[in-house]
Ligand binder design. Structure first.
Ligand code: G4P
Length: 288
């Protein structure tokens, strides 16, 4: 099992049990759940247990980091989640782009609750939310941006702590200040690969060549133009094995080791760094 993120959370059963318990404890206090997912990997950055854990509350899914995801794919994902009965929207919590629509989505997701509040003579009653997601999806960034605070630092500790407080965001929206930190579903190795592509799994525990080859597998299929353009690889080369394409990348960059062999290790690190640095453009690795 991989050890996710620079914040080093090891998901052992005790952590998971504590998270489940805390989410269950806090659920009655909120009107809805805001789930952050990474728009580049909307399957691998979700924890499937959440559906069951929070089934009693409406859910708003934020496809965060849409600034670095493929815009067409993000639009497909929003449609997909909406078809599944959730409310979904694309955001870039770092800049706040898209968050202006949150209010509108809240009104749609909680229409019954808002109507009931009006009926009870409490039209201004605050609507309360729990923020959840796996590490690195942008939960603290979201809470900070919504509340105008910039100091909230969340340790990636599992679960929602007992000292939780409400953060007012204006427009009658309040968030639990400590997000529920879920774990990724590492039982599927492809999930680990995709978390590695985006840099959410510690680099030192991974073999760069293996991850780069898996990244090339996906790029060959969905974004061959980006590889061709950046690394001067021909269209015909796309028929090659991914490892051979990695060699081509090394050759294109003059990465040779003694004896004239291609330094595929360096080529792999270069490819991963350049992807993460935005040099291959906005990519999404999963489709509905
Ligand atoms: P978490 O609480 O869910 O664990 O995530 P957190 O808010 O700490 O965000 C994780 C990383 O993702 C941070 O980067 C944050 O800046 C970045 N991030 C959050 N939202 C967005 C977004 O919409 N777009 C992009 N491109 N990045 C986003 P970091 O490298 O850990 O920190 P820093 O570089 O911001 O200092």
């Amino acid at each position: 099992m991989a050890d996710i993120s620079k914040d080093t959370v090891q998901w052992f059963p005790g952590h998971m049990a504590k998270t489940r318990r805390k989410i269950k404890e806090n659920l009655p206090l909120v009107d809805a759940v805001v789930e952050l997912v990474d728009a580049r990997i909307p399957i691998s950055s979700r924890n499937p247990e959440l559906d069951e854990l929070t089934s009693s509350k409406p859910r708003i899914i934020l496809l965060n980091k849409c600034d670095v995801a493929d815009a067409n794919a993000t639009a497909q994902w929003i449609r997909h989640f909406e078809e599944m009965g959730a409310h979904a929207m694309a955001v870039d919590c770092k800049t706040g782009k898209g968050l202006g629509k949150f209010d509108e989505v809240v009104k749609a997701a909680l229409a019954d609750k808002i109507a009931a509040n009006i009926e009870k003579g409490m039209p201004g009653k605050a609507l309360r939310f729990m923020v959840v997601g796996i590490p690195n999806t942008g939960k603290s960034t979201f809470i900070n941006k919504m509340s105008g605070r910039n100091r909230l630092k969340t340790a990636d500790k599992p679960g929602v702590t007992r000292t939780s407080q409400w953060v007012a965001c204006g427009n009658g929206i309040e968030l639990l200040d400590t997000p529920g930190v879920l774990w990724p579903k590492f039982d599927d190795p492809a999930v680990g690969d995709k978390l590695a592509f985006i840099g959410s799994v510690k680099d030192e525990i991974l073999d760069a060549e293996t991850i780069a080859v898996r990244l090339i597998d996906v790029l060959k299929r969905d974004y061959s133009d980006r590889l061709i353009e950046r690394y001067k690889i021909s269209n015909e080369d796309m028929e090659l094995e991914s490892y051979e394409i990695l060699e081509k990348i090394g050759i294109a960059r003059g990465m040779k080791i003694r004896g004239g062999e291609v330094d595929t290790e360096r080529a792999a690190v270069t490819l991963l760094d350049e992807y993460r640095g935005g040099k291959l453009g906005r990519l999404t690795f999963e489709r509905p």
